[in-house]
Design a binder for this molecule. Structure first.
Ligand code: ADP
Ligand code: DP6
Ligand code: CO
Length: 364
């Protein structure tokens, strides 16, 4: 093999907004959830991760840079994800690998795959705040899984690879409305994401992403849910009794284009998650005063309309996803801009609104 040859690939992946949230694991190592969850993937014109991976026989170790800063690849989730991609790559038919290795030797070839034994240098960037409750772990690890799968020629169902990095990441492997089924098998083989409703199904749906704070949260999602599993009895009830019904209703509401029902379920589920955070010991406070003011504005708007025309949902952070439809989008955005005017550039508090369409990961 030519010493100078290397293979490089760049891919992007979307964030997803959980409508029925994942909160709690039954297996920390394999990242298997206590409950199934449902989300919508955002369009990549908006929030996305972009990952470039280079594989070369000249590299002596794997390396990763996140937003320009080197991060240890010894971290167990990165190790698990890298190991899973290489394990699957190694199972490619031998003839395939040989043919690909021949192609790899020709440096200028269009179609090149790296053998799984090569080390990788990875650079990943998010075009939005990392670790602030805007699902950076979802787009980040989905992007990593997708990029490495392209690089090493891994085909088939890839959400189980992304899940090893972060649970929510498995849902970012598809566009549209996506369900992550908790699964039954001990090895997690059936704990994968499936697209339940295609990208183009509900074009009138809109989401505004209101960035209240771009600071990294004090308690990561992983740590927060670990603490809730250990201490919250509400969480046990939610996972086993409440979520199955919420999921059924939310999927039916999307299928029926029933915005009031969909939005109501999203708000209830979000409030339930944050109630569980309060029921956790010591309690976790992801929402702040601005988050609560946004919630009040949405309820006041619905009251004025005498109908549910807007909704909200918050992941593990203070930043809001405001849901609405095309009919109400400009009026609602006007109200948001009025009550939450953009702050000066050196302030950490600002509000930004973006419309929603949906998208799967892709080659750049
Ligand atoms: P968020 O609400 O942003 O998903 P989490 O606490 O779930 O916050 O996860 C944040 C962590 O996800 C980061 O500290 C980092 O370890 C990881 N992460 C975020 N973006 C990327 C990325 N593009 N590539 C690899 N890892 C990432
Ligand atoms: C509130 O997927 O970030 O956003 O699996 O530990 O990486 P790990 O956690 P993560 O948790 C997401 C929690 C949530 C709800 C959701 O996205 O479903
Ligand atoms: Co996350």
């Amino acid at each position: 093999m030519a010493e100078t040859s290397s293979v490089r690939i760049t891919c992007t992946a979307p964030v997803n907004i959980a409508i029925i949230k994942y909160w709690g694991k039954r297996d920390e190592e394999l990242i298997l959830p206590l409950n199934s969850s449902l989300s919508i993937s955002l369009h990549q014109d908006q929030l996305k991760s972009t990952t470039t991976a280079v594989a070369s026989p000249a590299f002596s170790e794997d390396k990763l840079w996140l937003n320009g800063q080197e991060k240890s690849v010894q971290e167990s989730r990165l190790q698990a994800l890298l190991h899973e991609v290489r394990r699957r790559a190694a199972k490619r038919p031998l003839e395939d690998v040989q043919r690909e290795e021949e192609v790899v030797e020709s440096v200028n070839s269009e179609h090149r795959l790296a053998p799984p034994s090569w080390h990788v240098h990875i650079s990943s960037k998010n075009n939005f705040p990392t670790g602030a409750g805007l699902a950076s772990s979802a787009s980040g690890y989905a992007c990593l899984a997708f990029t490495l799968a392209q690089l090493f020629g891994v085909r088939g169902e890839l959400s189980g690879i992304a899940r090893r990095g972060s649970g929510s990441a498995c849902r970012s492997m598809y566009g549209g409305v996506v369900r992550w089924t908790h699964g039954e098998q001990a090895d997690g083989a059936d704990s994968i994401a499936v697209q339940v409703i295609p990208e183009s199904y509900w074009p009138e749906l809109r989401v505004f992403i209101l960035v209240v704070s771009d600071l990294q949260k004090a308690v990561s999602s992983s740590e927060g849910m670990r603490r809730s599993v250990a201490t919250s009895r509400l969480l046990q009830h939610r996972a086993t009794v409440l979520v199955p019904e919420l999921l059924r209703k939310a999927e039916a509401a999307v299928k029926a284009h029933d915005f009031p029902a969909f939005s109501q379920l999203a708000m209830c589920d979000s409030n339930q998650l944050h109630a569980i955070c309060l029921d956790t010991h010591p309690p976790i406070f992801y929402l702040n005063d601005t988050s609560r003011q946004i919630m009040r504005l949405v309820h006041a708007y619905n009251q004025a309309c005498a109908e549910i025309r807007a909704g909200y949902t918050f992941d593990a952070g203070p930043n809001a996803f405001v849901l609405t439809t095309a009919r109400d989008a400009s009026k609602l955005l006007g109200l948001i801009a009025h009550f939450f005017p953009p702050q000066t550039s050196n302030s950490k508090r600002y509000i930004r609104g973006l419309p929603l369409t949906t998208d799967p990961p892709s080659l750049e």
